[in-house]
Write a protein of this length. Sequence first.
Length: 144
Amino acid sequence: MEKNQANGKPKGFSDEERAAMKERAQELKAEAEKAGGESEVLAKIAQMQEPDRAMAKRLHAIIKASAPALSPKTWYGMPAYAKDGKVVCFFQSAQKFKSRYSTIGFSDEANLDEGDMWPTSFALKKLTAAEEARIGALVKKAVS
């Protein structure tokens, strides 16, 4: 805190101190949003029936490990992962959409471009080590 030169009493925060406080407030807000988003995602996963629940839990762990900068959030009631507030990838439960397979998908925010045509979603019937490795690599590429 700056001191008044005339009487030595504090005169208030400097511009630098105010800027630092604003930055810290933004950091705390971002941390709270990320924690809240993760709670929502974990709650949605817990509501799923097997085998979708186990698959969603594993995908959550893979995505967090592959791209820690992504923030979990829900998107259309399903787990999703965002960068700067924009969804990069998401999971769709087979049971919720009465489909014969679950889906891992990527939005247009994902950096998966390969020439003039590339896949943006993948059907998932089960997760093996091969699928887990491929998903981890795709998520890393998506945020690169």
